[in-house]
Ligand binder design. Sequence first.
Ligand code: NDP
Length: 451
Amino acid sequence: MSFDYDLFVIGGGSGGVRAARVAAQEGVKVALAEEDRYGGTCVIRGCVPKKLMVFASEYAGMVEDAQAYGWDIQAGSFSWDAFKGKLHAELDRLEGIYRNILKNNGVESFDQRAKLADAHTVELADGTRKTAKHILIATGGWPTVPEFPGAELAITSNEIFHLDALPESILIVGGGYIASEFAGIMNGLGVKTTQFYRGAQILRGFDEEARNVVAEGMAEAGVDLQLNTNVTEMRAEGGKIRVFDTHGKEHLFDKVMYATGRAPNADNLGLEDIGVARGGNGAIVVDAYSQTAVPSVFAVGDVTDRVNLTPVAIREGMAFVETVFKGNPTSPDHDLIPTAIFTQPEMGTVGLSEEEAAAQEAIEVYSTSFKPMQQAFAGRAQKVLMKLVVSKANRRVLGCHIVAPGAGEMIQLAGIAVKMGATKEDFDRTVAVHPTMSEELVTLKTPVRAT
Ligand code: NDP
């Protein structure tokens, strides 16, 4: 049977574009459909604009630090309009790059929604049908807001980059990556920022000591972090939002942003009709090779809800191409993924938290928390944390947790050592780079705790 294409990709985000490009470079005939903007969550409404906002939000603190270092400078005011204009121009530029990647590699793209009509047929929104030997679904995820009275008044991370003006006050609900990152951003931009988290400490699942250092740092920087607190109801009130919380208290905010999780974008794709199985939260169920229950249909990235990170979606896309088009069955490696949370202070982490490791085997914990030289000189109170969780049995570093300026950059490199199976003694054999913060990772002498 002959098909229009060897591969039809649905979704032009990180995973889909990478798979389309790498497959096309193998001489495979590829098409891709995207209903929204190319680049997906990461480029258009996630990692990239978020990080640019983190940068924007850090300048006020830098001006204060510069004064402490003897510079006679004053912070002016922040222009959201000026920043927003540049931000969106940059996103347009990046979207153009994504489009060009496809065009220059001979991938035919369709700027419309696509769904599956059968195991080898895709139907575009205009009714056109295209056949393909393989179909890859890379449709990502979407923010979810729980149901409660007034929920429609909330914005999500999708809208935060498009605000007409910066609010004077904002409530951010949630304690995950997105909520905690945006609490820092908004606070840094001068918005009076409150964060509600329903549990006892933000960033559940990460190393507890590291979470505590992040939360302390955020509170010191001015975020009004209210733990064990949730919203029961919201009402519009003269352009503002009145919020009722679980303690019976009322608050008035200009904006409320919900960052309470994301759901796979897998509805109305025709999946059920052709037998593609979906899991509990709607994610497409795939095997170790990203293959669905229908052998010609594969899925990568957030729509599969494995590890929802851009570099992971990219790896999954490349492993799919290796498997299907290069005759080299490859399952993406989801073990020991280093990651950064761009809170202020920033956190970088790889491997097991102290709690996870202790539940698994006997461990030693090496950690130090201190005021770093640059900030201490400027009179800042924020502390950094350098921590290693070590297996007693084989001395391997099971987890490395860093809370510090530049922690994301540091954990990328520490991640190599941990991925290679480095022991505590391997870290110790490495000469310190002095004076740096990260040198503490190779000079941690005695365990602070052991199990
Ligand atoms: P997360 O799943 O990380 O966090 C959701 C948060 O919302 C949790 O604190 C959760 O609480 C809380 N929550 C869930 N339901 C409710 C509810 N009904 N009422 C109140 N609170 C609720 O989701 P995010 O949206 O923050 O991020 C989605 C994913 O995006 C992440 O998992 C991550 O993979 C990715 N991401 C990665 C980034 C990075 O690498 N730097 C940055 C941004 C996103 P509880 O803990 O109690 O369940």
